[in-house]
Design a protein. Structure first.
Length: 155
């Protein structure tokens, strides 16, 4: 089982959207039984809360229904997942400082064919169009991530 944990700040916008998109992309394929996917935040701001309504609305507009409760990343998480995927540099550094890390730590946009060196922007304080932008970034980045994971583990 390949375990992937997506991480952002509060676990109500970017990382749950990434989790939902990943699950959607593998749903109904032979890959479903090979992956365990979850998401978490680096802070305790929203523990137990559902995703931001704009996250859910954006996902729904793309045919994805998703339920989740915000979770703060902990030492058990970083040692139980094979891959920690950070949405931005701040999340990356936070995870990097939670030593020892047995998982491979990477930034989400490393897999983005358009821009490998940028962060996934946090849409929380913006308008609805920011969530759509994040969806597009995550959708194409996750396609790249799944391809790399298939090549590494399932070839």
């Amino acid at each position: 089982m390949i375990k992937v944990l997506f991480v952002c700040l509060g676990n109500i916008c970017r990382s749950p959207m990434a989790q939902a998109i990943f699950e959607h992309q593998i749903n109904g394929t032979h890959l479903t039984n090979h992956f365990e996917v979850f998401s978490a935040g680096t802070t305790d701001y929203h523990i137990g809360a559902p995703p931001d309504p704009r996250t859910l609305s954006t996902l729904k507009s793309h045919g994805i229904l998703f339920e989740h409760q915000a979770h703060q990343v902990n030492y058990s998480d970083i040692n139980n997942y094979n891959y920690l995927i950070a949405m931005d540099h701040q999340n990356f550094v936070h995870l990097q400082n939670m030593k020892p890390i047995s998982a491979m730590l990477m930034k989400m946009r490393y897999f983005d064919p358009v821009d490998k060196n940028s962060d996934v922007p946090d849409p929380y304080f913006g308008q609805n169009d920011g969530f759509e932008t994040v969806y597009r970034i995550l959708n194409r980045s996750i396609e790249g991530l799944i391809l790399k994971l298939k090549e590494k583990h399932l070839s």
